[in-house]
Design a protein around this ligand. Structure first.
Ligand SMILES: [Zn+2]
Length: 443
């Protein structure tokens, strides 16, 4: 590795950025929670944190679900002529009973407007195609489990992809309510089948889940006043399956390492803690474990800046804000001064690692760079999320601006914004914290 030949650089360094990125995405590749790839990424981070001379460098392990074997044979069509369709097992899904194929009638349900159909007992033993988002409300997920379909086929409606996109189901829901066997298929395959009037399906799903463990990797730039709340910089080093996660979230991890290199040699007033979280893709499992474990630490975490998917060549810089308007306005001003014009989004957003901290009232943001109007990235969670589709320039821009904002806070005795969330965020944040993570804010 040439990564650290230069011990210090005043700004983001292209060569170093590329070396980290290539190690994570080419040497290691896929880094699914609990896998050998994820462990290798954590080892790399421990090593790099030490080389950057961070203090108290260590890993904090926590339990997570790991996927052993997972494959699906799905055939759809009319009558007896069923044709195979590429499919992927959703993380957390069980297999079809006895590893056998289930054959049955195909029922198309358009979500969310036809969600009421999940309340019909007639879905039992059938194969249900869900077109649109998976249920985002616990009661709907529970209904889906209760109707006992033989299998569920999910079709992601965010863009007409000809490849399979995959997300998971919230682990807390799977633990509490269970889950039917669920696979995803490409939008375009579903389109063609719908036009043909496909009405039957055969689904054989093999999925083996094990209890495993993941880890958060921690290092600190020690401040002169450890009695003051600290600044936490975060990212996640795990990926979804079948991709090298160059943007999601190799970009955030590389940015974190770059921040370590830039800020490491400084001696701030407040401590800056860097944490690379594991198992984010299973819904912020690592950051939730961390936020819960450290919630009583004093003086504790004063603010969280999390980086997740920040390197789209074309795109919009977003700041997902959990915190007051004053906090948001201060941050946007600070970023703009450093050459990063960002847009802010203030609705509670549980799909990133800043969220669990916000449930405890800590001001927290996630930096994100979507490239679609919907706030998504087209390459997200697919093999297209590779080093061909990232931008060093955009990554360096985020790093430079965030280094400046971090410095401003790390040298201040008083901060220009209050602790806590905006009043309009509180109820929804508490509900999501409880429903998705089982966090009770006051526990
Ligand atoms: Zn991510």
């Amino acid at each position: 590795m040439k990564a650290n030949r230069k011990p210090f650089s005043p700004g983001p360094a292209r060569e170093r950025i590329e070396a980290h990125w290539s190690y994570l995405c080419e040497q290691i590749g896929e880094r699914r929670a609990g896998s050998a790839g994820e462990r290798a990424a954590a080892e790399y981070l421990l090593d790099q944190f030490r080389r950057a001379k961070l203090e108290t460098v260590h890993a904090e392990p926590f339990p997570c679900t790991t996927v052993g074997e997972a494959r699906a044979e799905i055939a759809l069509g009319c009558g007896r002529s069923l044709k195979p369709v590429p499919a992927r097992v959703l993380a957390g899904s069980p297999g079809t009973p006895g590893r056998r194929a289930a054959t049955g009638e195909l029922v198309w349900v358009e979500m969310p407007e036809q969600a009421e159909r999940l309340f019909q007992p007639t879905l039992r033993g059938k194969v249900v195609v869900l077109f649109g988002p998976m249920p985002t409300r616990a009661d709907l997920h529970r209904r889906l489990v209760k109707c006992q379909p033989a299998a569920v086929i999910h079709v992601d409606d965010r863009l007409p992809f000809d490849w399979v996109k995959d997300d998971g189901v919230y682990p807390a829901w799977v633990r509490r309510y269970g889950m039917p066997p669920i696979v995803t298929i490409p939008y375009q395959a579903a389109w063609a089948l719908r036009k043909q009037g496909a009405s039957r399906a055969r689904a054989r799903i093999i999925a083996e889940l094990k209890q495993g463990h993941s880890q958060n990797v921690v290092g600190e730039i020690r401040g002169r006043r450890p009695d003051l709340p600290l600044v936490l910089l975060g990212a996640h080093h795990d990926t979804q399956c079948n991709n090298s996660g160059a943007d999601d979230n190799g970009s955030g991890v590389v940015a974190l390492l770059e921040l370590a290199a830039i800020l490491g040699p400084e001696r701030p007033l407040r401590t800056i803690r860097l944490v690379s979280f594991g198992a984010e893709e299973q819904l912020s499992v690592g950051s939730a474990a961390y936020a819960i474990e450290h919630r009583r630490e004093t003086p504790g975490v004063g603010v969280v800046f999390n980086l997740d998917s920040v390197s789209s060549p074309l795109g919009h810089h977003w700041v997902i804000r959990a915190g007051t308007r004053v906090f948001g306005a201060w941050l946007l001003r600070e970023l703009a001064r450093a050459g990063l014009e960002a847009r802010e989004h203030a609705a509670p957003m549980p799909f990133a690692d800043h969220f669990p901290f916000s449930v405890f009232g800590t001001p927290a943001v996630t930096f994100l760079r979507p490239n679609m109007d919907s706030g998504m990235r087209w390459q997200h969670h697919s093999a297209q999320d590779n080093l061909e589709n990232v931008s060093v320039t955009e990554l360096a821009r985020v790093v430079g601006a965030l280094a400046q904002a971090t410095r401003a806070l790390a040298r201040a005795v008083r901060w220009p914004f209050p602790r806590g969330l905006a009043p309009e965020q509180r109820a929804e944040t508490a509900r999501l914290g409880k429903e998705l993570f089982g966090i009770k804010a006051n526990a």
